[in-house]
Ligand binder design. Structure first.
Ligand code: FES
Length: 117
């Protein structure tokens, strides 16, 4: 998948992530740096519809970030929190995965796909 790194001819090491799907099954996935977490979950058939295509408006990419990781991610911006305010299953660890851009610093990131609304 082309992204800002590969477009520059930089082939960074893939980022390992652990994803729990809606059935409770755990998956070890790899993410290209520069891609969004939503793109990884959508492309790996984790049940993330991403109806708005990553425009931070549909909340179908809602995930719960593992407690140890929540503090390591950049804080949600106001547009993301506004969308999350409308999500019935929101938790303190809720994030929109389309707003999380993968970097090598996130190697080992653990998330759970939130229920469909
Ligand atoms: S893909 Fe629509 S809010 Fe993330």
């Amino acid at each position: 998948m082309a992204n800002q790194f590969t477009a520059l001819g930089i082939h960074a090491t893939m980022v390992n992530i652990v994803v729990t799907d809606r059935d409770g099954a755990e998956h070890q996935l790899k993410a290209a740096p520069g891609s969004t977490l939503m793109e990884v979950l959508r492309d790996q058939d984790m049940g993330v519809a991403a109806l708005c295509g990553g425009m931070c408006s549909c909340a179908t990419c809602h995930v719960y970030v593992d407690g140890a990781w929540a503090a390591k991610l950049p804080a949600a911006q106001s547009d993301e929190t506004a969308v999350l305010d409308e999500v019935p299953d929101r938790k303190a660890s809720s994030r929109l995965s389309c707003q999380i851009v993968m970097t090598p610093a996130y190697d080992g990131l653990k998330v759970t796909v939130a229920p469909e609304d």
